[in-house]
Design a protein around this ligand. Structure first.
Ligand SMILES: [Zn+2]
Length: 301
């Protein structure tokens, strides 16, 4: 009996040591390296991350909670993510509709830190991927710039200049999208992915059919797949659009059943580790989207 208790105690100690090591490793990984005079800025996912990077530049010590390639809508924050949020001078997220998990970790923000819900001023829309409308990106970026300016007034002018440059990019993108998508043979985006391009479609007078709902775990039933296949067959559309996060097999099924070819669309909300490291920007990904749409919808210049 005594040996049994001793053994149990030993295993409990091992378990506790393991848990402590797990906590330490997780806590250590996303914790930003603070440098003198730099603001510690934590973004929920890639959209606020890339905008904060463009506006904050080298003056902020920026990190992101969502690991590369992770699904943004149903992420479960690790202990490390909670520690990172607690260390933030500025914490930026998109909205509770995009990241329902953020609500639970907001209590961990330290006193005096700025919390930015970047999509707070977006136009009301059924599709919460508000950054797909350039008009929504202006207040989005403005909210981020304002928080940086308030927490770090010594670099106020730099943040303002970077914001102005970002807004110029938005104007340019908007002009390019409007011009390129004016004269297209097909006006329906058939997207074998989740509903992320509703705002983009409505901005440029396009129709959208998406396989799944507004999150990746939305239904993409056999029935829905059959409807999408029928739609592509009936319209004779030569291309359908895919997203990497959703099963490529489903896109393959649609391609096989209809003879349509596949083109990628980028939601911006998740990128590969390599692209995150190279800091692919919002504008880069939106330009890629335009290239795919022009080709897939057969638009004439
Ligand atoms: Zn999404």
């Amino acid at each position: 009996m005594g040996i049994f208790i001793e053994k149990s105690l030993f295993f409990i100690l091992i378990l506790l040591a393991g848990l402590a090591a797990f906590w330490f490793l997780n806590a250590k990984q996303p914790r930003p390296q603070t440098q003198d005079g730099q603001l510690t800025v934590v973004a929920s996912g890639y959209v606020p991350y890339t905008v904060a990077k463009q506006i904050g530049g080298d003056y902020v010590n920026l990190s992101m909670l969502l690991p590369a390639n992770a699904e943004p809508h149903s992420f479960e924050p690790t202990p490390g993510a909670i520690v990172a949020v607690h260390g933030a001078d500025v914490f930026i997220y998109v909205s509770p509709r995009i990241e329902p998990w953020v609500t639970d970790i907001l209590t961990n923000v330290k006193e005096g830190a700025q919390v930015v819900q970047a999509a707070a001023s977006a136009k009301p829309s059924k599709d919460p991927h508000v950054w797909m409308d350039f008009d929504n990106m202006r207040p989005f970026a403005q909210a981020i710039a304002q928080a940086l300016q308030e927490k770090d007034p010594s670099h106020k002018d730099i943040y303002a200049a970077n914001l102005a440059a970002f807004n110029q990019q938005l104007d340019e993108l908007d002009r390019q999208f409007a011009a390129a998508l004016k004269n297209c043979k097909y006006r329906r985006i058939v997207h074998v992915g989740h509903l992320a391009f509703g705002n983009l479609a409505s901005r440029y007078g396009l129709e959208l059919t998406a396989l799944a709902g507004t999150s990746h775990d939305g239904e993409h039933s056999v029935k829905r797949l059959a409807q999408v296949v029928d739609l592509v067959k009936n319209s004779g559309a030569p291309y359908v659009f895919t997203e990497e996060a959703l099963s490529q097999n489903l896109a393959g099924v649609v391609a096989k059943e209809t003879g349509a070819q596949l083109l990628p669309l980028y939601t911006v909300e998740h990128v590969s580790a390599q692209e995150a490291q190279n800091h692919v920007t919002y504008a880069d990904l939106m330009r890629r989207n335009l290239t795919s749409l022009q080709r897939g919808l057969e638009c004439q210049p």
